[in-house]
Design a protein. Structure first.
Length: 255
């Protein structure tokens, strides 16, 4: 590859980087000159993403960790800082969807609710807790979180736990932006619409066509589409942007 320079010399950690949006972001950030810490609970996926970055001539550090376990995410951040001398960018992207188990609240089990909150919201909190600490030590930087239209609009009836977890990320992003701006840290979130990843494998072709008829732009998002928005928010191109929830959803939330 011929690396770009939008993130030249930047040190990055990305959670959920073994597949989907996180993997696309890890590859793109490396192509743009960043050293990338590849964090995921899926060790095989971590190794695959790391190897692909290396094959393309980039720099990656494999960091297997469960974002719901504070000691593991703390350890991953420490390893990245020890390797590179600091951090510049934190991408808190790891998340799950439990279709067929998530439900409306009167039928939703506490176990499913708690697991969704643990991964999608507490995982973002723990990533930012330790990642932002490293950014402060480095003199500032950027944070990018991943939320969802389901956290802002009532578009996912029967997915109560997922919607609540993503609403929490929305609020946490805004709160952190207000808290850290004067210390040189920008905090934003990307809000993907329907995106073709393993999380959406359950969606039928019929549902895909209905979605395309409903949104202003009749197309399905790809992981690379979301990664491109993450790159913008993480880069100096977004130097005046903080507290933004950036939709990449084919116009879904515009109508």
């Amino acid at each position: 590859m011929t690396p770009g320079d939008r993130l030249k010399g930047k040190r990055v950690i990305i959670t959920g980087a073994a597949s989907g949006i996180g993997r696309a972001a890890a590859l793109l950030f490396a192509r743009e000159g960043a050293a990338v810490g590849v964090i995921d609970i899926d060790q095989d996926g971590v190794d695959e993403t790391t190897a692909e970055i290396a094959r393309e001539g980039g720099e990656a550090l494999p960091l297997s960790a469960d974002v719901t376990r504070e000691e593991q995410i703390r350890g991953a951040v420490i390893e990245a800082v020890d390797t590179w001398g600091g951090l510049d960018i934190v991408v808190a992207n790891a998340g799950i969807a439990m279709f067929g188990q998530d439900d409306r609240v009167d039928r939703l089990s506490l176990d499913i609710w708690q697991h969704m909150i643990d991964v999608n919201l507490t995982g973002v909190f723990l990533t930012c807790k330790h990642g932002v600490g490293a950014l402060l030590d480095s003199g500032g930087g950027a944070v990018v979180c991943t939320t969802s239209p389901a956290g802002v609009y009532g578009i996912a009836p029967g997915q109560s736990a997922y919607s609540a977890s993503k609403a929490g990320v929305y609020g946490l992003t805004r709160s952190m932006a207000a808290a850290y701006g004067r210390e040189g840290i920008r905090v934003n979130a990307v809000m993907p619409g329907y995106t073709k990843t393993a999380l959406t494998d359950w969606v039928t072709a019929e549902h895909v066509e209905k979605f395309k008829e409903m949104v202003p732009m009749p197309r399905i998002g790809m992981p690379e589409d979301i990664a491109a928005v993450m790159l913008f928010l993480a880069s100096d191109d977004a130097a005046n942007v903080t507290g933004a929830i950036w939709a990449s959803d084919a116009g879904w939330t515009a109508v």
